[in-house]
Design a protein around this ligand. Structure first.
Ligand SMILES: NC(=O)c1ccc[n+]([C@@H]2O[C@H](COP(=O)([O-])OP(=O)(O)OC[C@H]3O[C@@H](n4cnc5c(N)ncnc54)[C@H](O)[C@@H]3O)[C@@H](O)[C@H]2O)c1
Length: 312
């Protein structure tokens, strides 16, 4: 067992399955005690089942570390408080918070219901904020804390049929930047070792299993959801004290660092410009820099989608 997180207590939401399970195990492998939070719902957020969280606690015990289950929903403010309280009741600390719990209800925006939008925002964005709101005062008291928010390329770049999910994940990224700024050295709360970072993970989980072309496919080793765990364990550790407000990615065996949006080009005229002046000068200033929205598709992804479309 590693020692990167010896003495630390972590809370991983939605860690009864998939990517969250891999993260909970990775924290435990580095010596952390872990609250395995999971309501045990279906992919759309319906139903509850205690088994997934309990099963991961058993796996952590088998590794030689400690874990306690939590079945509260991140989407409810008071229940989210109970998730953090579970860590305090068990071990008196909460050093690491990984906001990972998630659901999807995909549909093209012209057909999406308000309920489908609200349900997804409630878990990813409000749920992330809820847990941060309860954990950060504890972290401040301890003068140590690490928040890792699990985001997605759907929010970084856009993805068809995911206006609820993409908006929630982009919001979670914005939340990450704001927490990072509030606790950054030189700012009001900067005297504490508290950081917030984001990770856009990847893994063949039930969430990905519903994407057209992915159903029933065997899991290639580079799509193992456990591969996301080590970078989260690093970001949670003392060794990552200098890493704050960054967005990382994981694809295959590569960990990537995303560029934070920054101005690429500018149109300038003293006193401002009219719409007509912008129209006249736009192409010369901006067109070569315009990006194509959406997640860049690999040849394999295009092939899988074409095969799925041909089947319909
Ligand atoms: N799988 C991928 O490739 C991928 C890519 C990008 C982002 N993500 C993100 O990674 C995270 C984990 O996804 P996954 O693929 O492991 O999915 P998953 O469905 O296997 O796991 C999500 C878990 O969250 C739990 N959960 C849902 N709502 C909850 C709530 N209100 N409170 C507590 N727990 C709740 C579920 O019961 C489930 O066990 C999500 O935030 C997802 O958006 C996944």
């Amino acid at each position: 067992m590693g020692t990167l997180l010896a003495g630390k207590v972590g809370v991983v939401t939605g860690s009864g399955r998939g990517i969250g399970r891999g993260i909970a195990l990775a924290l435990a492998r580095e010596g952390a005690k872990v609250v395995v939070n999971d309501v045990g719902c279906d992919l759309g957020g319906r139903g509850t089942d205690a088994d997934p969280a309990a099963a991961v606690c058993k796996e952590i015990a088998a590794l030689g570390s400690e874990a306690v289950p939590s079945y509260d929903s991140v989407a409810d403010f008071t229940a989210a408080g109970n998730i953090i309280k579970t860590a305090l009741d068990a071990w008196g600390r909460c050093d690491v918070l990984v906001n990972n719990a998630g659901i999807i209800r995909d549909r093209a925006i012209v057909n999406m219901s308000e309920e489908e939008f609200d349900a997804v925002i409630a878990v990813h964005l409000k749920g992330g904020w809820n847990c941060c709101r309860h954990a950060l005062p504890v972290m401040k008291e301890q003068k140590f804390g690490r928040v890792i928010n699990i985001v997605s390329s759907a929010g970084l770049r856009g993805n068809f049929g995911q206006s609820n999910y993409g908006a929630a994940k982009a919001g979670l990224m914005g939340l990450t930047f704001v927490i990072a700024v509030e606790f950054m050295k030189g700012n009001a709360e900067g005297k504490y070792s508290i950081t917030a970072n984001a990770l856009a993970p990847a893994g063949m989980t039930r969430m990905v299993g519903t994407i057209p072309g992915m159903e029933g496919r065997p899991v290639p080793p580079e799509m193992n959801p456990e591969l996301n765990g080590p970078i989260v364990a690093f970001l949670a550790s003392d060794r990552a004290a200098h890493v704050n407000g960054q967005v990382f990615g994981r694809r295959g065996y590569a960990y990537t660092l995303f560029q934070t949006p920054k101005p690429l080009a500018a149109l300038y005229k003293e006193g401002g410009m009219s719409a007509e002046e912008i129209a006249r000068n736009f192409d010369a200033a901006f067109t070569e820099h315009l990006s194509v929205p959406g997640i860049p598709q690999t040849a394999a992804m295009k092939q899988a989608q074409a095969a799925a479309a041909a089947k319909k």
